[in-house]
Design a protein around this ligand. Sequence first.
Ligand code: ADP
Length: 266
Amino acid sequence: RAVDPTPDLVAARLSEVKRIILVLSGKGGVGKSTVSSQLAFTLAASGASVGLLDVDITGPSIPRMLGLRGQTVHQSATGWSPVWLDEGLGVMSIGFMLPDEDDAVIWRGPRKNGLIRQFLTDVEWGALDYLIIDTPPGTSDEHISLAQYLKKAPVAGAVVVTTPQQVAMSDVRKELSFCRKTATPVLGVVENMSGFACPCCGTVTQIFAPAEGGGRGMAERAGVPFAGSIPLDPRLMAACESGEAFVEAHSATEAAQSLATVVRHI
Ligand code: ADP
């Protein structure tokens, strides 16, 4: 059988990228894109050059979270140019290529894999300190392709996002076993929507009893680092809606401090 040239093409294209970080979650709606986008903002604000690649074909929300809705990518003879928010933060998303955000949901596997392959081989990132990849929820064929395509690239590891209730669910454990099988180090488990931060006084109230010791318990059992808990905070939701860098704008909040802790794990 012919050897797939993709891993070599990807390694060549990403040769000036120092650390690739995958952001994973067992299910949709747990805050994976929120964590990806705020990590990108925070790293870029610290002076790093950052790329954010959104391959969440089930619902590309990255353009909105970066305030880049309606932007389009440009293709040149040498590849696709990301949309640069400023010179330290470039963004590439399937959302930039769809007339309607809902269009991608109906795509079938081979087309999704083809696009992921193209995103890894054709985007001109140049030199980056970090390339953050926002992946689809779960562990689908796309994840297996992604791991295969990236096997010669500098993948630093994965951030696994969960919620307190999701911890007991098998799909979060599947993320961790996916990381083990693909030899992807888990940089940290993040428990998101961990209690509710009152916007008036900042007090965090636990709403759901965390299952099985929550994200921390799960991380301990799996022998991987726990990177912190981010409470539900309406200001974080509002920041995501308006494409705002939350950690900078609301540095005193518990959510911002937790996000800053996550950054230290990657
Ligand atoms: P996923 O990428 O896992 O599907 P998103 O990041 O799109 O999830 O988050 C789903 C929704 O929940 C978004 O509207 C987002 O703004 C909101 N959200 C995520 N985390 C928080 C949080 N800690 N506090 C408030 N809203 C949040």
